[in-house]
Design a protein around this ligand. Structure first.
Ligand SMILES: *Cc1c(COP(=O)(O)O)cnc(C)c1O
Length: 501
């Protein structure tokens, strides 16, 4: 299987090359030329497979230049009980008769990014070997908080590469910041950038597309790659848990063969929900993908009107990992639903850059709405959903998950859609502890306390153990203190890599 660019501006490449390059050097994202398919009869035979076995099966279909053994080794190294605190890897929790919650935060950093970033470094290091590159790989990451730590953990002390993470200064929670800045490892670097996540992400994308800067790096024996969800090596592993959830439900008899289900996905950069879309293209019986946003509801408007308009205020909300106006992976989705029309994609994203908005045609909008529904939850609704679910079901959710659960419940009520729904849970509730405690006990209780007192308070209140990735963070040494202005990012990278010019 070969990979093509969403902007028709690059040659076809192998999976290894797509993973190593991260994104198309001239702008655009790699996608598989053809999506593989798994028939229902085949699915029926997969119900007893472990998470790891499903991973092997799905990834083999996409990464055809990797041997089955190589993929198996990567999967075993990632999805095991050292890295995850449950043998199921991604357990399903039954909230009520028509809603399940898929918990994707049992990995080392307590957020769903681990699902992909525990395996991706293994895939990348195999890809680099296959391509026989003599250069050292430098991974650049822009993070709204969770990707950064997950990538640092995944790539820490992996030989032959360095990782540099950029996060928006004051744009992440204290816990998220400490998770990153206390990272050990000789090859890890963390830099805060003035501005919001979009500034951060755009700056990093510009560095990828900067030919003369890349030439300079090459001359110094370095090559860039990305661990953001613009990298196919990040995206492919996310397809696995959609299959896993479906197969668990089928195995338990909660659904029948061929029965369609809905997935509700708290969405930021559109990577998670895009993986769900690929699962549906592969034949997984999905009725609707519910795209849940916070008050940065640009995607809600887009899904309902076909107009993507970034000329609006960026809001900092209590679900910060979704505070994003430019959702990178939307480009892949649009490329798929336009039947691989790179010309259209180029025009739309050029308009987005120059005019600040674009409008898709009616036919594309119809295709989009066949599979996707979009809505959002306000900050207040997010908190009241957390407290309602906790007091009614004794189940504690984080803010991002609550956005998904709220949007899903509203959709069911409005549309009377009777398909079983899986709400994708993207973070452990303790990761966003101030908002979670605020939801349970009111703002007063939170305002005077530091995040680590809040963790203890939540622990006492709910009896739920503190995730090991969050415990004692305040006692660890801060090792990374670099910060820079976005204009100076190239200088910063050069200084980290000791490149003199
Ligand atoms: C990254 C993240 C999201 C958004 O996922 P995308 O793939 O960027 O849409 C949602 N919730 C949490 C907790 C996250 O870390």
């Amino acid at each position: 299987m070969l990979y093509i660019s969403t902007r028709d501006n690059f040659e076809k490449v192998s999976a290894a090359k797509a993973i190593k390059l991260g994104m198309v050097p001239r702008g655009g994202l790699f996608i598989p030329e053809k999506t593989p398919y798994i028939a229902q009869t085949e699915l029926n035979k997969m119900t007893s497979l472990t998470y790891c076995q499903i991973a092997e099966k799905i990834l083999c279909l996409y990464l055809t230049d990797f041997s089955q053994n190589e993929i198996k080794e990567c999967a075993l190294n990632a999805y095991n009980q050292y890295n995850f605190d449950t043998y199921e890897i991604a357990p399903l929790y039954k909230l009520n008769d028509y809603t399940y919650i898929l918990e994707l935060w049992h990995g080392p950093t307590a957020a769903f990014k681990d699902m992909a970033l525990q395996i991706m470094p293994h895939l990348l290091s195999k890809a680099v070997k296959k391509l026989d590159s003599q250069k050292e790989t430098v991974i650049l990451v822009a993070t709204s908080g969770d990707t950064g730590k997950a990538a640092l953990e995944g790539f820490k002390d992996v030989e032959g590469l360095k990782i540099i993470v950029f996060y928006p200064y004051q744009g992440v929670s204290k816990v998220q910041e400490l998770q990153m800045t206390t990272t050990e490892g000789k090859n890890t670097f963390v830099v805060s950038i003035e501005g919001n996540f979009d500034d951060c992400q755009n700056t990093v994308k510009e560095v990828f597309a900067d030919e003369s800067f890349n030439k300079l790096l090459q001359d110094n024996n370095y090559e860039l790659s990305s661990a953001n969800s613009i990298n196919w090596g990040r995206l492919a592993p996310q397809i696995i848990y959609y299959f896993w959830a479906y197969l668990r439900l089928l195995d338990k008899g909660e659904i029948k063969e061929n029965e369609k289900i809905n997935f509700s996905v708290p969405t930021g950069n559109f990577g998670n929900i895009l993986a769900g879309y690929y699962a549906s293209l592969m034949g997984l019986p999905i009725n609707k993908l519910i795209c849940a946003s916070n008050e940065n509801n640009i995607l809600t408007n887009f899904i309902n009107t076909g107009i993507y308009d970034k000329r609006r205020e960026f809001k900092k909300t209590n679900s910060p990992s979704m505070d994003i106006l430019i959702s990178s992976n939307l480009e892949r989705f649009l490329f798929e639903i336009t039947g691989h029309n790179g010309g259209k994609i180029r025009d739309w994203f050029e308009e987005l850059k120059t005019k600040g908005y674009f409008k898709i045609d009616e036919v594309t909008l119809e295709k989009l709405q066949e599979i996707m529904v979009g809505n959002y939850a306000t900050e207040k609704e997010t908190l009241s959903t957390i407290s309602e679910v906790y007091f009614n079901n004794k189940y504690l959710m984080d803010t991002h998950t609550a956005v998904g659960v709220k949007v899903s419940a509203d959709y069911v009520e409005e549309e009377k859609d009777e398909h079983l729904a899986v709400a994708v849970s993207t973070a452990n509730p303790y990761k966003f502890n101030s908002s979670v405690l605020e939801a349970l006990k009111g703002k007063e209780e939170v305002s005077k306390k530091g995040e680590f007192e809040i963790l203890d308070e939540l622990d006492k209140l709910t009896g739920i153990e503190i995730h090991p990735g969050l415990k004692y963070l305040d006692k660890k040494q801060v090792r990374h203190k670099q910060s820079c202005h976005k204009e100076n990012i190239r200088e910063q990278i050069k200084s980290i890599l000791s490149i003199k010019t």
